[in-house]
Design a protein around this ligand. Structure first.
Ligand code: A3P
Length: 319
């Protein structure tokens, strides 16, 4: 046994246990050993961790859902985080290394339901374990959008962000038909988030199905108050007249919040205007997702969960 200074001993430790380099945060307020040494900035008498995570996937309407849910007076959302589209993006991302204190600082006010929406969580392989370690009792919202439509929307998103590969190809169809490494990367980015059951399985290793609710993206688009009413019922929130605060905006082509008599729609990156998906492309994407969609259908049926219309249709067409 020999004495080493703290820095050297920590280096030796992580050489021996490289898997422990990334910490796994737990709630310091529920651990008596941590409780005794907490900095004053962590106030355990107040709720500073979310009860609800809206985990995406991206391009399914997650921003609209979060903004509508925040209308309810008994909810509070994280303060917007600059640089990551206002999302906290803690679990499975770079922000995780900023630590629990940083995460908690994003929830300065708490309510019956304190929540955050980070659409990057759903398909991140580290997010389920890290989330379950810190907020094991959190409820989880997952939005199901036809993965073909989601892939197309994602392609429009990177096109709008002037991704050079997307711009050169000009269409998602060209990307799907190309064998170049750069096209394969774009293809992967468009497709992988839509393999729902694959990612869901990872979440189910750490959270029970009873902690999860599935929202149909099409229903959210068409009838947001209906979706919000059943979500808030599931969350045991008092009734709230969402229909009074949500209005369809013909110019936006989507529902928006109604505040002080004026519609307040999401920014131009949400609900973009672009041509409808060509039939040829839809067929190709449907084929790519056919096994994933069948698996999702079986999963929802087995668990007696509502099957979105787009999924019923896609499985019927295949049969
Ligand atoms: P598009 O811009 O491709 O139409 P997310 O917030 O998860 O990234 O999802 C963005 C998508 O939300 C948009 O994709 C849009 O189709 C959908 N959406 C659903 N309801 C919306 C609303 N009320 N306002 C804007 N976009 C909405």
């Amino acid at each position: 046994l020999k004495w080493q200074d703290p820095l050297t001993s920590s280096q030796l430790y992580f050489q021996k246990f490289p898997d422990e380099r990334t910490p796994l945060w737990t709630n310091p307020c529920t651990d008596p050993r941590h409780h005794a040494i907490l900095p004053p900035s962590i106030n355990c008498t107040k709720k500073s961790l979310p009860d609800l995570l809206i985990i995406g996937p991206q391009k399914t309407g997650s921003t609209a859902l979060a903004s509508f849910l925040s209308l309810h007076p008994n909810t509070s959302q994280n303060t917007p985080v600059p640089g990551s589209f206002e999302e906290v993006q803690f679990f499975g991302g770079q922000n995780y290394l900023k630590g629990v204190e940083w995460y908690m600082s994003n929830f300065p006010s708490s309510s019956t339901v304190t929540f955050e929406k980070s659409a990057t969580y759903f398909d991140n392989p580290s997010a389920p374990k890290q989330a379950a370690s810190l907020v094991p009792h959190a409820k989880i919202v997952i939005i199901l959008q036809n993965p073909a439509q989601r892939a197309y929307s994602w392609f429009q998103h990177i096109l709008a962000h002037e991704d050079p590969v997307a711009i050169t190809a000009g269409s998602l169809e060209v990307i799907l038909d190309s064998n170049s490494t750069s096209s394969k990367k774009v293809r992967q980015r468009c497709i992988s988030g839509g393999r729902y059951v694959h990612h869901l399985t990872k979440w189910l290793e750490h959270f029970s199905l009873q902690q999860m609710i599935f929202v149909d993206s099409d229903e959210l688009k068409m009838k947001p108050p209906t979706v919000l009413n059943s979500l808030s019922k599931w969350l045991d929130l008092p009734e709230f007249p969402f229909e009074t605060y949500i209005r369809y905006s013909p110019s936006k082509g989507f529902h928006c919040r109604l505040l002080d008599g004026k519609t307040k729609c999401l920014g131009e990156s949400k609900g973009r205007k672009y041509p409808e998906m060509p039939e040829n492309l839809r067929r190709k994407l449907d084929k790519i997702f056919s096994l994933d969609n069948s698996a999702l259908y079986k999963f929802l049926r087995k668990n007696r969960l509502k099957i979105p219309t787009w999924l019923e249709e896609s499985v019927r067409i295949r049969a």
